[in-house]
Design a protein around this ligand. Structure first.
Ligand code: GUN
Length: 300
């Protein structure tokens, strides 16, 4: 059996297209332009790439894009003042503080200073609690993207056995909550899980989010299962020339694709969905802030 490849790049383009159509309608019918502010502290090269890409796609869907680039030694008080300004700016509907922050800044304190209604990352403790109790919330972008792809591929997920490998606050835990919300039977596995291979072999849906290159081999996968690979790991690739690298996921693609029913590639799977869902969350936040109906199919 050879797996269906779930094309995250194409799916993300479709989601951005839908967001763009909603934005056009909001402008025409309500004179409203959703606004997204991204705050970047310091000059981490990977973060700079993300932020540039976010800004470009925000503008492409017709939204207002604001970037605050702050010095690496910005004080907590100054960062909190920027967040307070954005919380009180009615033209801004979504706020994202790029992580990781420099060591001297308390990430929890900074994230929890964001107005939960504008917390398009879904990291604020209020949103975490709302998601955990099945209430309307802002949902973290990467798990939301995974959920959208799973719903698109399967229709209903009800009654399926899902195993999430990884227990991070950003992916593993919210992913498990979302799958539970769609009536899956959910197991969260992690580095201390006993007999991980046997646990994964039971799964109709495997979400790998551990950050360990190619750690899930094909013989852990049940025939026909759907494999969602959240990992983005850069490995040296001397076979491609001196100093070259390649991206791999948390699953061994070739062996898993040979047994799975469907699989997301790396790159081109989950990755592009994250920014698409950030834009979807910004649109949702704008609709909620203005008492308008939420966009269908773009929320959890
Ligand atoms: N750094 C890497 N990914 C993310 C993300 O999804 N949100 C934020 N705020 N920072 C990140």
């Amino acid at each position: 059996m050879s797996a269906t490849v779930i094309d995250g790049k194409a799916f993300a383009a479709k989601v951005r297209g839908q967001v763009g159509e909603h934005v056009t309608r909001l402008k025409a019918e309500h004179d409203l332009t959703p606004g997204l502010a991204v705050v970047l502290v310091g000059e981490d090269p990977a973060s700079q790439v993300y932020v540039r890409s976010k800004g470009k796609m925000t503008v492409e869907v017709g939204m207002k894009s604001v970037e605050h680039k702050l010095d690496v030694d910005t004080s907590e008080a100054d960062l909190l003042a920027v967040i307070d300004g954005l919380n009180n700016d009615p033209t801004i509907h979504g706020i994202l503080v790029q992580l990781p922050l420099p060591e001297h800044l308390n990430e929890d304190l900074v994230i929890n200073a964001i107005d939960p209604a504008k917390d398009v990352d879904g990291f604020h403790i209020s949103n975490v609690g709302l998601l955990g109790t099945g209430q309307k919330s802002m949902v973290p972008c990467t798990p939301l993207g995974c959920l959208m792809m799973l719903r698109d591929h399967h229709g209903s997920l009800s009654g399926m056995d899902a195993v999430v490998i990884g227990r991070s606050n950003i992916v593993g835990k919210p992913m498990a909550q979302l799958l539970l919300g769609d009536s899956c039977t959910v197991t969260i596995a992690h580095s201390r899980t006993k007999d991980l291979a046997d646990v994964v072999r039971r799964a109709d849906i495997v979400v790998a989010a551990v950050g360990r290159p190619e750690m899930v081999p094909g013989d852990w996968i049940k025939a026909g299962a759907t494999v969602i690979d959240v990992g983005i790991n850069r490995l040296d690739a001397p076979e491609r020339g001196a100093g070259k690298t390649r991206l791999v996921g948390d699953v061994d693609y070739e062996s898993c694709a040979a047994v799975a029913g469907a699989i997301t590639p790396v790159p081109g799977g989950v990755g592009p969905m994250t920014i698409a869902c950030l834009l979807a969350n910004t649109l949702t936040a704008c609709c909620r802030a203005n008492g308008l109906a939420e966009p269908e199919g773009l929320t959890a």
